[in-house]
Ligand binder design. Structure first.
Ligand SMILES: CC(C)(COP(=O)(O)OP(=O)(O)OC[C@H]1O[C@@H](n2cnc3c(N)ncnc32)[C@H](O)[C@@H]1OP(=O)(O)O)[C@@H](O)C(=O)NCCC(=O)NCCS
Length: 189
């Protein structure tokens, strides 16, 4: 499916405990609450935020990325309370090569309960089925063991380490490269 035809309706994903939908400007306060927590942004290039205007700008950048067909990001909402508990999605989406990178974050209060695994199962399914992806990659800081465990559990394979590949909060960091291929995903289903 081409990015032009990805309406909000198509992007609405529901799981047992979660609802995923594209972030909107009305989510700025919830996003600020998430990205003001240093543990959430520690291993990512997302700035630790202090102002709602930063969250708003971030949402606008995500919408621009979606319009350009370079990625998609969902807000992850707790079905029961309706609150924003995290985000996840694709960036560096290369439609001609049928590949994209995945990334995700969750508020620490919700860690250790399988919420991101549940969200990513829906997002990976969407990526392979609706976006016609063949390869989904993830780049992970070697210190981020929670993220590595999550990827292994979803069937991703570690392919190697890119030395000093990322510049995170003024420090060069290695990136562990993980990937999941379409055939591997379908075999697990
Ligand atoms: C990466 C991140 C999303 C992982 O969160 P997480 O809660 O560990 O991941 P999951 O949602 O998959 O939950 C897995 C845990 O829930 C437990 N769990 C409980 N119920 C479960 C269920 N029904 N299904 C699956 N797992 C369950 C698992 O045993 C595991 O616990 P453990 O870590 O104690 O072994 C989180 O650490 C985070 O937001 N980090 C900051 C942002 C970040 O670094 N992102 C990565 C950038 S690439």
């Amino acid at each position: 499916m081409k990015h032009e035809s990805l309406s909000d309706d198509i992007l609405l994903l529901e799981t047992e405990r979660l609802v995923l939908r594209p972030l909107q400007t009305k989510d700025a306060a919830g996003l600020l609450a998430l990205y003001a927590i240093p543990e959430v942004t520690e291993f990512t290039d997302i700035p630790t935020m202090q102002e709602e205007s930063e969250a708003l700008r971030w949402i606008e950048e995500l919408n621009a990325m979606r319009r350009a067909g370079q990625g998609l990001r969902w807000g992850v909402f707790d079905r029961e309370s309706g609150g924003l508990i995290g985000t996840c999605g694709f960036h560096h989406w290369d439609q001609s090569r049928r590949r994209a990178e995945i990334s995700y974050d969750l508020s620490p209060k919700w860690w250790g309960q399988g919420y991101m695994r549940e969200a990513l199962q829906a997002v990976l399914q969407f990526g392979f089925d609706r976006l016609n992806l063949h390869r989904i990659e993830a780049l992970v800081d070697p210190r981020d063991t929670r993220s590595q465990n999550l990827l292994y559990g979803l069937g991703f394979k570690l392919e190697g380490v890119l030395r000093d590949h990322d510049l995170i909060k003024d420090h060069f960091q290695d990136d562990m490269v993980f990937a999941l291929l379409e055939g591997e995903w379908k075999k697990q289903a």
